[in-house]
Write a protein that binds this ligand. Structure first.
Ligand code: T1G
Ligand code: NAD
Length: 607
């Protein structure tokens, strides 16, 4: 029988109020109404001296129910309930385990005290949905922690660990044992000691360093790149510092409603659910993934090293095989370089860095791959090279091991058919850099077994990727989309633009980088191999730009060769190269094209 949305159990004068809305206890109307009722009854009951607020299923609350957005609002609203908690005269202790996000953290801020389990995550991720907190988060948080800490959480949207939350004063205590018991103990102490002033009665805490705070805001504005919510987050925190809590609360709500009803937020909410609904495939439905403890990676170049590092960063063991000692040592250095970079960004503790390196095996023969559960091939984009390595894999791998190709364009059904057991061959198409890019295409081959496909999805979840199933076709999904906008960019090169101009316009538009920068990062040889393969079947009447081919023919394959569309020999970020400009202009002349001037806003006039 389904657990009640809100249940109350009282023992020794302390009520435990449990919220239940599986899977993440999103604060839908039933929970809000049930909680408002519980708060009123607890306030009125002389036998109850305090309360503990917790979530069912081992996690606190993941926020407002995003599915309710756009529907007619039903009272009580989330701000109403948070205000009731803040105004309560008896201690309320939030027992935080799993996640306390968005409206969930605002509920906890409404409580007089907060206790967190060591593994808990606390955050205000509304900015990722094109919103700001709308139930007091921008008012209550800066009244509990320093404004710069509050701004980082509200404008950044990344959750903080329980330890960091304790360090900044967001939680009163880390729970040594079970968080519910620790919360009960604190509630009893608070009954005796009395409760602190509610946050709505406090003034905001200034930033620890005013100058750094201004720089922090400038950094957020720079990174916003046209997104409204980070800017709204700055303004909300500034208002929270300047106004009293009542006024700040009301202006927060107005700003929240404006954002909620905006196209940007509607789009980001669509993406939120789309990212979660896309990782489904009927053929794998109900199948149990095979074991996934150790990953094998064939080829330690741009992609192989990234895939190996991504796996190590998620606690998997990795065995990587390269052609010879020199390539093996380069692969080893690339992988450790990524681990060092992650440690340098504070994404990996020293212990975890050490464990990751210890879990890595680098080899030049295939034998060690016999210990691997899933083996991902990332060698040269050449059908014969790929078939040869899969034949060697057949000889050493365990019969239950799953094989995957990271090919960008080649026919994986043809590769599978060249092996002893095509049912264990799938495609896992990562994007460069593989330890950063969230997208992973799972290529559904003709003969793949359901549990082999399920193993691919399981790896995607383990690597925290968004795994999108795609069928075998030229470029799958991502590269087909990219090929279309890349074609238009190439036409513009011949018609008058330069790579750096097109890239600058794409960055201004909000892309992290432009098409030519990205091509240099990925390596120009992949696209070149694809164009050469397609040459035989290309429609002769279709316009074809040869500039990229000219660049590859002289060995300029992007960052990995020091030059591509840009020159990386003097400047790691890549500098425009007069040689490329001259080549492009010569190609226009050769084709009899009068070069036009393009403005960033895409309007152009003849020069
Ligand atoms: N509302 C509705 N459904 C939600 C939800 C939410 N807040 N969060 C998750 N789900 C669904 C999700 O669609 C999926 O459904 C299932 O739960 C499992 O999610 C006023 C307005 C909590 C870290 O932004 O970040 O509060 O696909 O696959 O990987 O200030 O979900 O199974 O049908 O992601 O374990 C702010 C959003 C809301 C947090 C769990 N909160 N959620 O990750 O599982 S706005 C958020 C997450 C707000 C107030 C404002 C993650 C998670 P289905 P999942 P997961
Ligand atoms: P790369 O040239 O950087 O690396 C390939 C590596 O494979 C080299 O280090 C090479 O020594 C090694 N190798 C070749 N033959 C081998 C063998 N027989 N045994 C062991 N190692 C061998 O290429 P890359 O960019 O990493 O691409 C690898 C594969 O991934 C290609 O199929 C490519 O299409 C695909 N891919 C590339 C990208 C990208 O952006 N670069 C993205 C997705 C997929």
């Amino acid at each position: 029988m389904a657990q009640a949305a809100v249940s109350v159990r009282t023992e020794g004068g302390i009520a435990t109020v449990t919220l239940s809305n599986p899977p993440v206890n999103a604060l839908n109307h039933a929970i809000r109404a049930g909680l408002a009722d519980a708060i009123a009854r607890i306030e009125a009951d002389p036998a109850i001296h305090g309360a503990v607020l917790c979530g069912a299923g081992g996690s606190f609350i993941a926020g407002a129910d995003i599915r309710e957005f756009g529907q007619p609002p039903k009272d009580p609203s989330l701000p109403d309930v948070v205000r009731m908690l803040d105004a309560a005269t008896k201690p309320w202790v939030a027992a935080i385990e799993g996640v306390a996000l968005g409206g969930g953290l605002e509920m906890a801020l409404g409580c007089s005290h907060r206790v967190a389990a060591p593994g808990a995550k606390l955050g205000l991720p509304e900015v990722n949905l094109g919103l700001i907190p709308g139930a007091g988060g921008t008012v209550l948080l800066p009244r509990l922690v320093a404004a710069d800490k509050a701004l980082a959480m509200i404008a950044g949207g990344r959750p903080v660990s329980a330890a960091d939350a304790a360090g900044m004063g967001l939680v009163d205590r880390l729970a040594p044992g079970h968080v519910h018991e620790a919360a009960r103990a604190l509630a009893l102490e608070a009954v005796a000691a009395g409760i602190p002033a509610p946050l709505m009665k406090r003034t905001a805490r200034p930033p620890e360093n005013a100058e750094a705070f201004e720089a922090q805001k400038a950094g957020i504005r720079k990174k916003a790149r046209g997104q409204a919510s980070p800017i709204a987050a700055i303004e909300a925190v500034e208002r929270s510092l300047a106004l009293d809590a009542e006024d700040a609360f009301h202006t927060e709500r107005e700003a929240f409603v404006t954002l909620r009803d905006s196209a940007q937020s509607a789009a980001l909410r669509h993406v939120f659910f789309a990212e979660r609904s896309v990782s489904r495939l009927d053929r794998a439905e109900g199948a149990t993934p095979r074991r996934l403890d150790r990953i094998g990676v064939l080829g330690g170049g741009t992609m192989g090293a990234g895939i190996a590092a991504a796996s190590l960063l998620c606690g998997l063991g990795v065995t990587i095989v390269e052609r010879d000692d020199k390539q093996a040592s380069l692969a080893h250095d690339r992988i450790l370089g990524i681990l060092d970079d992650s440690a340098g960004r504070g994404l990996l503790s020293a212990d975890a860095r050490q464990d990751a390196e210890a879990a890595l095996t680098v080899a030049t023969d295939f034998a060690p791959l016999s210990a691997c559960d899933l083996i991902i091939e990332a060698v040269f984009e050449d059908m014969d090279v790929k078939k040869a390595v899969f034949a060697e894999l057949d000889a050493v791998a365990r019969p239950d091991a799953v094989f995957a190709s990271n090919t960008s364009y080649l026919d994986i059904d043809e590769i599978a058919a060249s092996t002893n057991d095509p049912s264990r061959v799938i495609g896992l198409h990562f994007f460069s850099p593989a330890h950063v890019m969230k997208l992973l295409e799972l290529i559904v081959t003709r003969d793949a077994a359901p549990d082999a496909l399920a193993t691919g999805f399981a790896l995607g979840k383990r690597l925290r990727k968004i795994t999108v199933p795609a069928h075998v076709c030229d470029g799958f999904i991502g590269n087909r989309i990219m090929a279309r906008y890349r074609r238009e960019a190439d036409y513009m090169l011949e018609d008058g633009a330069l790579p750096q101009e097109i890239d600058a316009a794409m960055r201004d538009f909000g892309c992290p980088m432009g098409a030519f920068q990205m091509a240099d990062l990925a390596g120009l040889d992949i696209g070149w191999a694809m164009r050469k393969r397609q040459a035989a079947t290309r429609d002769p009447s279709e316009r074809y730009v040869e500039i990229a081919d000219r660049i590859c023919e002289i060995g300029r394959l992007g960052r990995k060769t020091g030059r591509g569309w840009y020159d990386y020999t003097q400047d790691k970020a890549g500098a425009p190269d007069p040689w490329v400009t001259a080549l492009i202009e010569a190609e226009s002349t050769r084709k009899g094209i009068t070069r036009q001037r393009f403005e960033a806003d895409r309007s152009w006039t003849a020069s």
